[in-house]
Design a protein around this ligand. Structure first.
Ligand SMILES: *Cc1c(COP(=O)(O)O)cnc(C)c1O
Length: 373
């Protein structure tokens, strides 16, 4: 069987999950060259983050620096990083506070560790904003109900539902005031925009490199400050080079080699973040001008993930033979993909990495479809 995927070659892909993980030619070459099992382990030094050939040791140091933290490790993804922090800091039954726009894997990681979750509510329709001061209210509620502050607070820097950017520094200040360790989930920010964890008062930063660093997966980074190194990266007694929370070695695959190849390009691309935000804002403005389309989440956009409420298209769908699927097929005909099939009352899309010409083309495709109404 020839199992081939051509989404990035043949279409403009708008799936927010995928736009920041789109690979370039150099990364693809590294990926094929390191595709065999355990390929990065040819010159093993006893643990993944100490391997010098390929230079994973240097990469790990550079990543700590890039995230503005003191020490980092590769993980298999953001969720594995979150679980490691929760598991290292909390005992079953203790309390973690998380924002209500969090990714499902935040909740599942907490469940796996057997801890209790308190959620920081958002402002609901239409902005669904997480306001930093609500962390304080939630800490007070935890204090009242359990007699102690929470053991950890997590903030989703930008969430995957509305693409809202939260002021992490303000959350960090409240965490400091209550002496609650602060975990920043930068899955949708690191690799797109500059994220400097310590400047944001974070004790821990996790990220997802197949989401934000233009590489295949699955791989992430977990970074921390001097204060937490020994606790988080506690070593096995029997195998003194192996980190217990990481089960020794994590991303022992081509993904680590690809991250080395992609890193200079990622360092460069975060400098152009303002332009990415401009594209998202431009598209929102144009889409709303079509009428009966409304951007949900905080305005104006501070991120490329855009959620649109689209009564215009759901009304059209009623008259279409393909019903809810019509918008998906109309876009596909125009070489555009990545919007969830079958859904017309709202959808999410991302303009990340598109050229201005492509963003304009995208708008013209939507306006052509809208004119059929
Ligand atoms: C995508 C995403 C994740 C999951 O990342 P993995 O690396 O696949 O575990 C976690 N949190 C947020 C906020 C995300 O957007």
């Amino acid at each position: 069987m020839n199992l081939i995927r051509t989404r990035e070659e043949c279409y403009l892909n708008l799936n927010p999950l995928q736009t920041g993980g789109r690979t370039n030619a150099a990364v693809r070459l590294t990926a094929t060259s390191f595709i065999d099992g355990y390929s990065v382990c040819d010159y093993c030094k006893g643990v993944l983050h100490l391997i010098e050939k390929p230079p994973i040791c240097q990469l790990t140091k550079d990543l700590a620096d890039f995230l503005g933290m003191d020490e980092a490790r590769l993980t298999n993804g953001a969720r594995e990083g979150k679980f490691a922090v929760i598991h290292a800091l909390l005992s079953p039954g203790e309390v973690i506070v998380v924002d209500s726009n969090r990714h499902y894997s935040t909740y599942v990681a907490a469940e796996r560790a057997g801890v209790r979750v308190y959620e920081v509510r958002n402002t609901d329709y239409p902005e669904y904003e997480i306001r930093p001061e609500v962390y304080r209210e939630t800490f007070e509620q935890v204090l009242k109900e359990t007699g102690k502050p929470p053991k950890l607070a997590l903030l989703t820097h930008v969430d995957g539902e509305y693409g809202n950017l939260v002021n992490a520094y303000e959350v960090g200040k409240i965490c400091q005031e209550y002496q609650v360790p602060f975990l920043l989930n930068s899955a949708y920010t690191a690799g797109r925009m500059e994220v400097k964890g310590k400047e944001l008062l974070a004790d821990f930063v996790v990220t997802s490199c197949h989401k934000g660093f233009g590489i295949p997966g699955t791989i992430g980074v977990l970074a921390t400050t001097e204060k937490w190194i020994d606790r988080l990266f506690r070593k096995s007694i029997k195998y003194p080079k192996k980190d217990i929370e990481l089960l020794g070695c994590t991303a022992r695959s081509e993904a680590s080699a690809c991250l080395i190849t992609a890193f200079p390009y990622v360092k460069e691309r975060v400098k152009h973040w303002e332009e990415e935000v401009k594209k998202a804002r431009w598209l929102v403005e144009r889409m709303e001008s079509l009428g009966e389309i409304e951007q949900l989440g905080v305005r104006p956009k501070e991120h490329d993930l855009i959620r649109l409420k689209t009564p215009l298209f759901s009304k059209m769908a009623e008259k279409e033979r393909k019903k809810g699927y019509f918008i998906y097929y109309e876009l596909e005909k125009r070489g555009i993909t990545g919007i969830k099939p079958g859904q017309t009352n709202w959808f999410k899309l991302s303009t990340y990495g598109l050229t201005w010409e492509q963003v304009e083309y995208l708008y013209s495709a939507f306006s052509e479809i809208a004119r059929k109404a």
